[in-house]
Design a binder for this molecule. Structure first.
Ligand code: PMP
Length: 403
């Protein structure tokens, strides 16, 4: 071991990772992280080590990954603008495509203005840090995404967590919070590991009663909930408004990037106050063009959203009827609960043998004994694919003793 230059101090951390990872990677049937899949452009199937398997754990909810119109838009942007923007948005990095995309996002989100960031992660960190700081309080759901947690930590605000989707607990936390400063409540619209939806009407009421701003992360809601995929406000019939809406361009929208939408005043502020926006390179032309084209397709083809909703419900019903637990899922994301981490790995292996890819999510990403396969239905899955998947999940469940 090199004992100079501080490496000796780092070594225990490197060793801990090596040990943890080698235990997982030495058994090929349990190797689920960082596996390279080649997903077919016009189906829901993927190639894994030469085997053709039905992908049931993807994120391209609208089935637009590889869509020829999106690909053509990205190619045209590369022809016109090249491959990168060589700078931050505030200096040389802005191109007309960014402004077009921001106008489209604002209109989609029904807000005055929008800003796009290099990723959803950057959008959360930048927005939270631009809104709260020392002396302010930010209250987050226990299951909120890591980028929300990191944004809170970096902001320097007092961070308080409340139990998942428990509005009474949030209210108690708000009552106990410092009465001075900004109060910001941040939740996911749809929870990425559970597929349940935040209780917007109740959250809005509690935030109003305690003078708090409400921000939602629509990463798994855009294109998925609401009649036309408009997200949580549309899901609840546009009867309740959030103060700040945020999302990614990397899931239902097959690109990269993040967005934030709100009043002109808020966006004007974040342009200067959101550090990942101000100090990190502008979204690449191909990414901006792919996102813009995908949002336009979503507007024109709301049947994709209906398809996701009906097929997800069919799959959930088939699983539940056979005795498989799917928690409170009511969206495209369906957790298939296996129990222990070992049970989840074994179940994933059995599913693969039955012809489907269902990726395990284990502790500490999920609570003890709630290890699961995170299944997601997309607009690419035909009804026949869903039937095949249901059969494979049930066969594997019988083989591993899950049911
Ligand atoms: N928010 C949520 C709820 C997410 O699930 C993710 C991605 N897993 C992000 C934000 C980050 O988005 P991106 O991958 O675009 O950085």
């Amino acid at each position: 071991m090199n004992a100079t230059g501080g490496w000796d101090r780092l070594e225990p951390k490197l060793a801990a990772t090596r040990n943890r990872v080698s235990a997982l990677e030495s058994d090929p049937s349990r190797r689920n992280s960082f596996v390279a899949y080649t997903v077919e452009r016009d189906s829901a199937y993927a190639d894994l080590d030469g085997e053709r398997l039905l992908m049931m754990s993807g994120y391209s909810y609208l089935g637009l990954a590889g869509d020829e119109r999106v690909v053509a838009a990205a190619k045209a942007a590369v022809d016109l603008y090249g491959t990168g923007n060589h700078g931050v948005r505030a200096l040389a990095g802005t191109i007309p495509l960014h402004e077009e995309l921001e106008a489209e996002v604002a209109s989609f989100a029904r807000r005055e203005q929008a800003l796009v960031f290099g990723s959803g992660y950057a959008a959360n960190v930048g927005t939270i840090g631009g809104i709260v700081g020392p002396g302010d309080t930010v209250l987050i759901d226990k299951y909120d995404h890591a980028s929300i947690v990191d944004g809170c930590r970096l902001s320097g605000a007092t961070v308080t967590r409340f139990r998942h989707n428990d509005v009474e607990h949030l209210e108690r936390r708000l009552k106990a919070a410092d009465p001075r400063g900004v109060r910001l409540v941040v939740v996911d619209s749809v929870y990425s590991m559970d597929g349940d939806i935040a209780p917007l009407p109740e959250l809005r009421a509690v935030c109003d009663a305690h003078n708090a701003l409400l921000m939602v992360d629509e990463a798994h809601a855009l294109g998925v909930i609401g009649e036309a995929g408009g997200g949580i406000e549309e899901h609840f019939g546009h009867r309740h408004r959030v103060d700040i809406k945020l999302g990614t361009l990397s899931k239902a929208i097959p690109s990269m990037g993040g967005w934030i939408a709100g009043s002109a005043d808020l966006i004007g502020h974040l342009k200067y106050a959101a550090r990942p926006f101000l100090f990190s390179a502008a979204l690449a032309p191909a990414q901006a063009a792919a996102a813009l084209e995908s949002l336009r397709i979503l507007r024109r083809e709301p049947e994709r959203v209906t398809h996701i909703q009906t097929q997800a419900q069919r799959l959930r019903t088939a699983l539940n009827q056979a005795g498989i637990r799917t928690m409170a899922s009511e969206t495209a994301v369906i957790p298939v609960i296996a129990g222990s981490d070992d049970a989840a790995y074994d179940y994933a292996t059995a599913c693969r043998k039955a012809g489907v890819i269902g990726l395990p999510v284990v502790t500490p990403a999920v609570p003890n004994d709630l290890a699961r396969l995170r299944i997601a239905v997309t607009a690419r899955h035909t009804p026949a694919d869903i039937d095949f998947a249901a059969e494979a999940f049930l066969t594997a469940a019988r083989q591993t003793g899950l049911i």
